[in-house]
Design a protein around this ligand. Structure first.
Ligand code: SF4
Length: 135
């Protein structure tokens, strides 16, 4: 689908595999701004041990008052591999996070699916649930 991207309702129909970028400013590279254990905020999600948050760079929503402007609009972050993302999920599980909390993941859903497959093969628990924000 990335060679004619219709992952979100913008339906840019551009070839991200060829390095083109649509409204979300993403090509085919996986890019994240932050991976951390998120505490206190949203207690029903973060619970006692915290939520395994991954903030993805760029965004398909383009809200003009975004509180994470540097990440969502300027694309702050670094490129990582799918295998590295799988390692991050597993590390968060090891730290006791109650869940994996993916913030603005829509543009990277294919890479995330592949990372989950890898992480699952290495012990990511079935009962682990994903919290997807802003899809
Ligand atoms: S994910 Fe990005 S490139 Fe694909 S349709 Fe949405 S805004 Fe366009």
């Amino acid at each position: 689908m990335l060679d004619n991207c219709t992952l979100c309702p913008h339906r840019c129909k551009i070839n991200r595999l060829a390095g083109n970028k649509g409204r979300c400013k993403c090509d085919d590279k996986l890019k994240i701004a932050l991976a951390s254990i998120h505490m206190f905020e949203e207690p029903c999600i973060s619970g006692k041990n915290g939520s395994g948050t991954v903030f993805f760079s760029n965004c398909n929503l383009n809200c003009i008052y975004c509180q994470n402007y540097e990440i969502s609009n300027l694309g702050k972050g670094k490129e990582i591999t799918i295998e590295h993302l799988a390692e991050i999920f597993l590390r968060q599980q090891k730290k006791g996070a109650h869940n994996i909390n993916l913030v603005t993941p829509t543009m990277y859903v294919y890479q995330i699916i592949e990372a989950i497959k890898i992480a699952k093969s290495k012990g990511l628990r079935n009962s682990y649930y994903l919290q997807l924000k802003w899809i």
